[in-house]
Design a protein around this ligand. Structure first.
Ligand SMILES: [Ca+2]
Length: 374
């Protein structure tokens, strides 16, 4: 074969074959399933050096970042429990956009949930959940709506008020469901009987109708901290079980409208007519489960005391497997959010008074599940 034939015929084919081989490898790699191995015990180097990191710290030096919401341009709003809301742009620059002076940070209370209206692009509505001081020494919680424009939050409007509060068990998670209605988790405010009292807003999952009417969606909850809908539209919830000694019996529940989830009458595997037993409980282990998000069939949720990113693999309305990621690597994990880029975003909660913070805590960490080492 002479030089001209090689350059015009064989060489292009050869280059094409190389390109196909490389893209094939990249495809296989991009479809790597997530796995459970703790990366701190990993000893062999990654066989795929072109991979990006399995996790990236995108913000640090925060104080108890409680909840994360993504703006349409993929920048982030994050609450800090003492009362501040921050904007983190796509370059990682952090700008405080509001400090809510009416917030009362006490025990587990403070500025908690944040979420955007499904039609945020048009109405700019942001919803926040916070603890405040009422008349006398009462601790209460409320949900407010604010308007976000030009990197400022303004025009506060109360959506749900006088949710019972206390030092512990304030609930606080906010999310819009597939029905485009606002769901709110509330704790029992350390008065267990309130969870069974349908005249109280405590110990409930609330839903706000399109007309602004507040309804009890489910009840009998102790302190629900995570809610997420699976791809078929079913609502799953994480909830803290008993505390003190013994601890444990943290729950994953499959939530149906109008049902009673048992607290404080039944716990763990106990059953009672008219009450729902959790799909899974932690037994004598304590997860202290927090924010939750679905990716595929997996319900990922943060563990505070558990200091783990848990992955509950759902199958036929049950938990087929419970995997543990990053155990004891980041400390206490608070919110878990599925990002618009397919990544999982978690916040640490090491400065919440129960952790052992590193000098640059707390953090927001982006997790690339496809790059999770195996
Ligand atoms: Ca229960």
């Amino acid at each position: 074969m002479d030089i001209i034939q090689y350059n015009t015929l064989v060489k292009p084919i050869f280059i094409l074959l190389i390109i196909l081989a490389i893209s094939g490898l990249a495809y296989i790699n991009s479809n790597k399933p997530s796995v459970t191995t703790n990366p701190t015990t990993q000893v062999s180097p990654s066989p795929t050096p072109q991979n990006t990191e399995e996790f990236t710290v995108i913000a640090k030096n925060l104080d108890t970042p409680w909840a994360v919401a993504f703006l349409p341009d993929k920048s982030i709003l994050v609450t800090e429990r003492f009362g501040r809301v921050n904007l983190i742009d796509s370059s990682g620059n952090l700008t405080p956009i509001a400090t809510l002076t009416q917030v009362k940070e006490i025990g587990e209370g403070g500025l908690l949930g944040i979420t955007l209206h499904p039609d945020f692009s048009n109405n700019h509505f942001v919803y926040l959940y916070y603890t405040y001081q009422a008349n006398g020494n009462d601790t209460l919680n409320r949900v407010v709506r604010m308007t976000y424009l030009d990197q400022k939050l303004s025009d506060e409007k109360i959506i749900v008020d006088k949710i019972p509060g206390a030092s512990n068990h304030n609930g606080g998670r906010l999310k819009f469901g597939p029905d485009k209605l606002l769901y709110i988790t509330t704790g029992d405010a350390s008065e267990p009987s309130l969870a069974q009292d349908k005249n109280s807003l405590a110990g409930k999952i609330l839903r706000v109708s399109a007309e602004g009417k507040v309804e009890i969606y489910s009840y009998g909850h102790r302190n629900p901290q995570g809610i997420a809908w699976d791809s078929s539209g079913k609502l799953w919830e994480t909830e803290h079980g008993r505390s003190g000694a013994p601890s444990g019996l943290d729950e994953i529940n499959l939530i149906q409208q109008g049902k009673n989830y048992g607290w404080p009458t039944i716990q763990g595997d106990e059953k009672k007519e008219g009450m729902e037993t959790s799909v899974k409980n932690s037994g004598s282990t304590t997860w202290a489960p927090a924010g939750a998000a679905f990716i595929g069939n997996s319900l990922f949720f943060g563990g505070l005391r558990g200091q783990t990113l848990y992955e509950a693999v759902t199958e036929n309305n049950q938990i087929a497997d419970l995997k543990e990621h990053f155990k004891n690597q980041f400390g206490r994990i608070r919110d878990v959010v599925s990002g618009p880029d397919g990544m999982l975003y978690i916040t640490t909660s090491n400065k919440d008074g129960r952790g052992n913070p590193a000098s640059d805590d707390d953090k927001i960490i982006k997790i690339n599940l496809m790059r999770k080492s195996s």
